[in-house]
Design a protein around this ligand. Structure first.
Ligand SMILES: *Cc1c(COP(=O)(O)O)cnc(C)c1O
Length: 316
């Protein structure tokens, strides 16, 4: 497995932005040894993107990095994006906008005006403009007509899709792979809007030998077929490899759905490893990993990397 040295856009501007926001890249790669990994001779490494920043959720930074750089370059004064009341993406983007002096409008699915979540309270403290829309309106968040209408209403605003999952997100996520200092047989990550998985696929075909490294996404919501389509659409023609797939067995009934078993697992994982996980994303990822290891899904001696994407809004 060879790793190429690459020339990427780590220009002065990139450095300025990561310095300004105090992003701690490269993130740590650390081996963990929970009791359920050891017996199968598996080496389990966690890429700690949860430690990139105390506020900006790990994979959201990766996805937003180049969009924010482009926004700064274009002297953008207003950014609009979409999400739920507990969105890690809106939280990360709202914080970045506040730091960068960019007006931020968050379009929220559902009306939380009487009872704003901690995430929404943070956005309000950061002077974001919050617009609550009903579920039907929210469903149009990616429809060209709706976006055109929004753009006409706010001609100078930059629209960023839900979760920050857009073409510009891929290079930022791919840099996770560029940072790796070891080789892995499998890379695992949770999947919701697909940008992170698409970025990892892109990174592995760019910086590693894709034949040697399989990518396994763990769906955190019910979306068999739909999630694969989201990822494929983002990849456009970058997808040479077909070395990836999404497992749909561990969504626990849907997005942010959980049960006692999962909650217990998250606590136990923290006790065994000292790493905090939550039931919306990372909990499902590591739960799936344990189950798959127990079932013998991975060959003996597999070297597995799990991406801790951060994001503890769901646990507040
Ligand atoms: C948003 C998020 C994800 C999902 O990433 P996608 O790119 O939307 O698939 C995973 N983990 C955390 C912590 C997140 O906040």
């Amino acid at each position: 497995m060879c790793k190429q040295i690459s020339e990427n856009g780590s220009s002065l501007k990139t450095k300025n932005l990561t310095t300004l926001l105090q992003i701690a890249t490269p993130s740590v790669e650390t081996i963990i040894q929970p009791d359920w990994a050891a017996k199968h001779g598996i080496t389990l490494t966690v890429k700690r993107d949860d430690l990139l920043h105390p506020v900006i959720s790990g994979n959201k930074w990766r996805k937003l990095k180049y969009a924010l750089l482009a926004a700064i370059e274009a002297n953008t004064k207003h950014i609009i994006s979409f999400g739920g009341g507990f969105s890690n993406h809106l939280h990360a983007l709202g914080f970045c906008c506040q730091q960068l002096n960019i007006q931020f409008t968050a379009i929220i699915r559902g009306d939380y005006s009487q009872n704003p979540s901690p995430m929404l309270q943070d956005l309000l403290n950061w002077n974001a403009n919050i617009q609550y829309v009903d579920r039907k309106t929210y469903q149009q968040r990616a429809e060209p007509d709706y976006l055109k209408m929004l753009q006409q209403q706010y001609p100078s605003a930059l629209l960023i899709p839900e979760g920050g999952s857009q073409l510009e997100a891929l290079q930022g996520v791919a840099e996770i792979v560029e940072e790796l200092s070891h080789s892995y047989d499998y890379v695992l990550a949770p999947v919701a809007s697909g940008g992170t998985l698409a970025g990892l696929i892109t990174g592995i075909s760019k910086y590693l030998e894709p034949i040697d490294c399989k990518i396994l996404g763990i769906a955190v919501l019910k979306g068999e077929g739909y999630l694969e389509q989201l990822v494929t659409d983002l990849l456009v023609k970058h997808d040479h490899s077909k070395n990836w797939q999404i497992n749909h067995d561990y969504h626990f009934g849907g997005y942010a759905k959980s049960n006692d078993n999962l909650a217990e697992f998250c606590r136990d994982f923290f006790q065994q490893t000292g790493i905090k996980i939550e039931p919306v994303y990372s909990g499902k990822l590591f739960f799936a990993l344990r189950e798959l290891i127990n079932k013998g899904y991975f060959p003996q001696k597999s070297r597995i990397l799990a991406l801790h994407t951060g994001g503890l809004q769901g646990a507040r």
